[in-house]
Design a binder for this molecule. Structure first.
Ligand code: ADP
Ligand code: MG
Length: 465
């Protein structure tokens, strides 16, 4: 007997409809074959499905079973085909009736028949909505993620046994309630708060300007000056994400398998700080099945490259085009996928020893590229790509706020901050500045402003302690 069940494959960030055809042929040696360009994880589905059906109190037919995943030219990866294959076998062997209407089944089975967290659920629910399907069966643990979009009935499935009882009409499952309100996000700000930064007035101002205009930013200063601290505080002064931005970012994290089921919505602007040993595929996305890279995981947020010169010229060149375009297209023989990549790029670097001249009164040529060769891994050769043209005069001339900083008052959230450059108050102002801009940016979208990168010289000897 033949059964057909619908499911979906994630291609890039989008879903593609996949039909699972199950044929159970009478006679012959018992066999279980999966065809239709399945990868290793889909092949292993056979063992999981067999055990899950048996352990759910159902019978696994000892016949010749052929499962075809159509269209056959689309590569199938991952374990999300377990549930549709199991349902197909149960329908084909006459143990349950097929549900009428357009129904999509998604989910990975564990051997005891329960359903596990599956990546890419939101992308596949979006597909079901696009194709006008009525119902999507998802693992119960992923129901919150599945209901974010709305517009399609989501049925949370705890176990294969519960689904069978539902399809037989013995114990109907309840549809998941409406999705949560994305605007009503928690106020928890991960990372630092600008209010925790002492002194560093000019660097904080640079951060404000960059946040208001969504400019990229390069910070240069001696080790321990607070560059990393400042960069981590940047998301705290960026405007909150809109509903659509939340969904966009959530989809990327879901497809990348980085969305924890207990927190199925990304509400805070992402802050990604990859180590400089990262591969190009890790940075901009790639792999045999193209996955989003750090630049896409930082979409609508901040990509922080600490020790920027250590990344090396090739890695920085790889970032060039996606930073310009706001997206990255990865091409493979089978086709190409596009991931969004609208980020604020923040770099931090230590100055070359010759940069000490900036801080001295006798410095006559601030920003000169005339380097003294520096020893060790931060040598002039590797630092050069990050330097670019001489620093603009006002910034290059900025002196460490020596006298004032050590005793600078520490800012605390909730207190008056004389100038208001603390996270909370600045938040409002940064939003305001960005929205007031003539011909401005879409609310809260860190689209690139013309004018390139701001440079901030982070003074050494800041007021720690
Ligand atoms: N202006 C500052 N206010 C408060 N703490 C600071 C400041 N500058 C540096 N620190 C502290 O000093 C340490 C080193 O700072 P870090 O940001 O890692 O420096 P860098 O990245 O420039 O080497 C951190 O623990 C940070 O909290
Ligand atoms: Mg640092």
């Amino acid at each position: 007997m033949l059964a057909k069940v619908l499911t979906g494959a994630v291609v890039g960030l989008d879903g593609a409809l996949v039909e699972v055809e199950v044929d159970i042929a009478p006679g012959g040696m018992p066999n279980f074959l999966v065809v239709g360009l399945p990868d290793a994880a889909v092949q292993e589905a056979r063992e999981r499905v067999r055990a899950a059906i048996r352990n759910s109190g159902l019978s696994f037919p000892m016949r010749r079973i052929t499962v075809n995943l159509a269209p056959a030219d689309l590569k199938k990866e991952g374990p999300s085909y377990d549930l549709p294959i199991a349902v197909g076998i149960l329908i084909a062997s006459g143990q349950v009736e097929a549900e009428p209407g357009g129904v999509l089944y998604l989910g990975e089975l564990s051997l005891d028949g329960s359903l596990r967290h599956t990546p890419g659920i939101i992308a596949l629910v979006a597909l079901a909505r696009e194709r006008g399907l009525d119902t999507v069966y998802v693992p119960a643990i992923d129901a919150r993620e599945a209901t974010l979009l709305g517009g399609v009935r989501v049925m949370p499935v705890p176990t294969l046994g519960a689904l069978v009882a539902h399809l037989r009409g013995e114990a109907p499952l309840a549809p998941a309630p409406e999705g949560e309100d994305l605007a009503a996000g928690d106020d928890e700000r991960p990372g630092g708060d600008l209010a925790d930064v002492k002194g560093q007035e000019h660097a904080r101002r640079a951060l404000e300007v960059a946040a208001a205009g969504a400019h990229n930013l390069l910070m240069a200063g001696p080790p321990g000056a607070g560059k990393t601290l400042l960069a981590r505080a940047l998301p705290s002064i960026l405007p909150a994400m809109t509903r659509d931005e939340c969904l966009e970012v959530t989809k990327i994290y879901s497809v990348a398998g980085q969305l924890p089921p207990e927190r199925p919505v990304v509400r805070q602007r992402p802050f990604r700080a990859p180590h400089h040993t990262i591969s190009h595929a890790g940075l901009v996305g790639g792999g045999r099945w193209p996955r989003p890279g750090e630049i896409s995981l930082a979409h609508r947020g901040v990509l922080f490259l600490d020790e920027l010169p250590e990344f090396g010229q090739p890695a920085l060149d790889v970032l060039r085009q996606p930073l310009e375009d706001g997206h990255i297209t990865i091409s493979r023989a089978q086709g190409s996928v596009t991931f969004p990549a609208k980020v604020m790029l923040v770099g931090a670097m230590n100055p070359c020893p010759c940069v000490r001249k900036y801080h001295s009164a006798e410095s006559r040529q601030p920003g000169t590229r005339d380097h003294r060769p520096a020893p060790g891994r931060q040598g002039a050769k590797r630092r050069r790509p990050a330097e670019g043209p001489p620093l603009p005069q006002p910034l290059a001339g900025a002196r460490p706020a020596s006298g004032g900083v050590p005793g600078a008052p520490r800012h605390h959230p909730g207190r008056d901050r004389g100038g208001g450059r603390c996270g909370q108050r600045l938040d409002g102002r940064a939003v305001g500045e960005r929205r007031e801009r003539p011909g401005g940016y879409p609310a809260g979208a860190p689209d690139r402003a013309p004018g390139g990168t701001a440079l901030a010289r982070v003074a050494g000897g800041c007021g720690r302690g």
